[in-house]
Structures are given as structure tokens and as C-alpha cells.
Design a protein around this ligand. Sequence first.
Ligand code: CP
Length: 313
Amino acid sequence: MKGKDLLGLRGLPKAEIVEILDTADRFRKVSERRIKKVPTLRGRTVVTLFMENSTRTRLSFDLAAKRLSADTLSFSASSSATKKGETLMDTARNIDAMKPDAIIIRHSAGGSAHMLAAAFPWAVINAGDGINEHPSQALLDMLTMRDHLGSLEGKTVAIVGDVFHSRVARSNIFGLTTMGAKVLVAGPGTMCPPSMAHLGVEVRHTIDDVVEEADVVMMLRIQRERLRPGMMSSVNEYSHFYGLDMDRLRRASPSTLVMHPGPINRGVEMSPEVADGEQSVILEQVTNGVAVRMALLYLLVGGESAGGKSDEA
Ligand code: CP
């Protein structure tokens, strides 16, 4: 990778996405060994700074750093001095004084990762900034798709639900279109407005409009914390019109993959039968998340080209 940070997939060249996915592919082997550790980042310090809740992303980055032998520091909004009124920049200045090598940041404000990246010399990885981007999630999604579909070129990916408020959707749209996939989005007009077409996607308004032609159906969580009054009539009505159940999934090809970034609201975005069914690759996404995050830390913090370290991966 050419830059010092990973802030988003908008504008990231195809060659760099392929480099990350190929590196992750090699790092998967580490997690399959009895001793799940390589010395690649020994002596380096990786800080996870999560100012919004997370299960998958935080654990996954933490595990990835540990499997690369980095020293890890982890703190969250509830345990940090931001509770006492300290600003994000002052928090970052204090972390900087401890000489970290990389910071993984999740924050409710779009642009927070960019602000740190511009101000400090260490690598910044955006683990989700408001409704803007969540690039490592999209990369692990693309790795999972690639495992099943081979090339992403010419494949059709449908993203269903609250696309407008979804940083996962935005990063996937940027990454998938760069990789040559066709992206369909569907959801209520308040969550999937026609203006989203400027991102290079086709905007549809019913889930039935997209499942039949999709190689992948990616369902999104309803983000109640980001919805304004009037954006959704009721959860039941949303689920009736936009939820993925077995009847709807039967309209898709048996080879169509079902994905969800998590956390799932079972019975809202998808029925439990779909979430746990044969077409679901949701837990494979989680497994691939560790490999993708190892690859990102290696490429951004390791400081050597992927080829030069392939013996360690
Ligand atoms: N997919 C995702 O970002 O999940 P978490 O919020 O649990 O990190």
C-alpha cells in the first residue's frame, strides 16, 4: 500500500485492494495453526480507540495485532478521559506522547480518522467514522465474496436496507465498483434515496427487485441510533417489506450468498432460518476479518512490501 493510513475505499486503486486481499489470503494460514502467532510486528505498538460500541471490529483488530506479536493498548469511550471532557485531539496528543505505531479508531463523527491521520505520523486505520466509511469491513466482505465467486468483475451485489446511514454500504460501494462489480441498492426512499445513484449504483426500491439477479445479497442493520423521526414507520412494516426470509430467498439462485456485517437484528433484517441457513456466509465474514486486519497492520505498520515477508505470512 502506498499511503500511511487506511481511511476509506473511495479512490483506493484496484491494485491496492488486490494487494490487501492477497496478503489476507496468506495470513489466513496463521489462524489455522496450533500456535497462532508470527513475529512480524514484534516491538510495534497498536492502539485501538473505540468511541462507539463494537464487538467484531474491535476484537478482530485486537486479535490481528496480537497474532502479529504487536503490543496492544485498548480503550473505549466509557473508560477514557473523554468522559471528563477531553477532546479527541487532546486524547490523540497524549497517545502520541507514548509513541504508538498505529491507531485503529471508531468514532461517531465522520472525518475523525482523517483528522488524526493529518495531524500525526503514525498509521491510522478507520474502523468506522459516523456514516462515512468502514473500509476493513468492506475488504473482509470482498475477501469472502472472492472466496466463493472468484473474480468480483461482472458480479452483481445487492445491498438492502438502510444504505444511506451505512458506512459499511458506502465502503462496499466504493470497493466493489472499483473491482468491476455491479452494485444494486434497495430500501425505503428515506434510507435509500435516488441520489445514491451518483455513487455508481442502481437504486431499486423493493427487495424483490434485486434478489433474483444478485450473486450476493448483503443485508444491513437498521441503525436506530442514526434514524431521525419519520424515517421508518415501524420495525414490523420494515421487516415485512425489506426483510429477507426463506420465501424471498427462494427467488434467488441457490448459489446466491447471504451476507450481513453484524450485529444482526434477527427477525428484522433477516429471519433466523436465513441467517443460519446454507447460503449464509456471515460467520465466514467474521473469520476473514481477522486475516484482513492482519494484512492491513502488516502492510501499514510492517513497513516492507508484502512479497518481502511472505515467509512470515
Ligand atoms: N460489522 C461491525 O462493524 O460490527 P461491530 O459494530 O460489532 O464492530
